[in-house]
Design a protein around this ligand. Structure first.
Ligand SMILES: [Fe+2]
Length: 253
């Protein structure tokens, strides 16, 4: 769950919606300066599905008793987050082994960077490494995908997804907390710092990584309250939420 807090109340964006936006970005990625993702369809699917383990949780979000708001991806306890991520990775693997490989790499990056030392993190990281070894072995007999299981190729696809993840989060939050995002420009190891400008419903990127200006329609739920007495109050708030679309444009900066 992504939460925007304002005077008027809360604006909530589901992780599954945020991931869908990553898929749209992956689909539109590429021009003279930026090489499009390869293998195209599995990487786009990995982007679009990377947070889909949140789906069940977000159907009935749990209340953080301290903030009195639903947990967001930032404060959700590690046991719930691990359950979400394990479910999402398993679903991605069952959909397509290469999709699972990239989603697993993304999960490991999140745990290595942001949740290292939390209970279960080390175990999760080693389980994911074993899972990826198995997936790579399985893909060795697939001549169409085997070349894309090389470590350097996987690293680029993992970093592309991380870049889309950050860009999509910035847009979902409506404000940039960082002014650059490092993105691969090819599969030869080159990377560039993309400068992020703007905010709200109009954003600028330089250099511009998409084929053309990108229009995104973001599904949000607006609740006219900022805190909830208990789980039931949160459920009622969500039931009465105003659901609408934010129209966002990303253009060359
Ligand atoms: Fe994400």
């Amino acid at each position: 769950m992504i939460i925007r807090d304002s005077e008027r109340g809360l604006t909530l964006i589901r992780q599954t919606e945020h991931a869908r936006l990553c898929g749209v970005m992956a689909h539109a990625w590429g021009n003279d300066r930026f090489q499009p993702p390869e293998p195209r369809i599995p990487v786009i699917e990995a982007a679009a599905e990377h947070d889909n383990g949140w789906q069940e949780w977000e159907d009935a979000p749990r209340l953080n008793p301290e903030s009195r708001q639903p947990y967001s991806y930032l404060d959700i306890p590690v046991d719930q987050h691990l359950e979400i991520y394990r479910r999402g990775i398993a679903r991605a693997v069952s959909r397509d082994p290469y999709v699972g490989l990239i989603v697993s790499l993304h999960g490991s990056r999140l745990y290595a960077r942001f949740r290292a030392g939390q209970p279960g993190a080390t175990e999760f990281l080693s389980q994911q490494e074993s899972l990826r070894d198995r997936l790579i072995q399985g893909l060795a007999s697939d001549p169409g995908l085997e070349p894309y299981t090389r470590p350097d190729v996987l690293e680029v696809n993992r970093d592309l997804l991380f870049g889309w993840d950050v860009l999509s989060l910035l847009i979902s939050h409506g404000a940039a907390w960082q002014s650059t995002v490092v993105c691969p420009t090819d599969y030869e190891g080159n990377r560039v710092e993309v400068t992020v400008g703007g905010g709200g419903e109009r954003w600028q990127l330089n250099p511009f990584p998409f084929r053309e200006p990108l229009e995104l329609s973001v599904a949000v739920a607006e609740i006219g309250a900022k805190s909830f007495a208990d789980q039931e109050a949160l459920r009622e708030g969500l039931e009465g939420a105003r659901r609408r679309k934010l129209e966002v444009v990303i253009e060359p900066g």
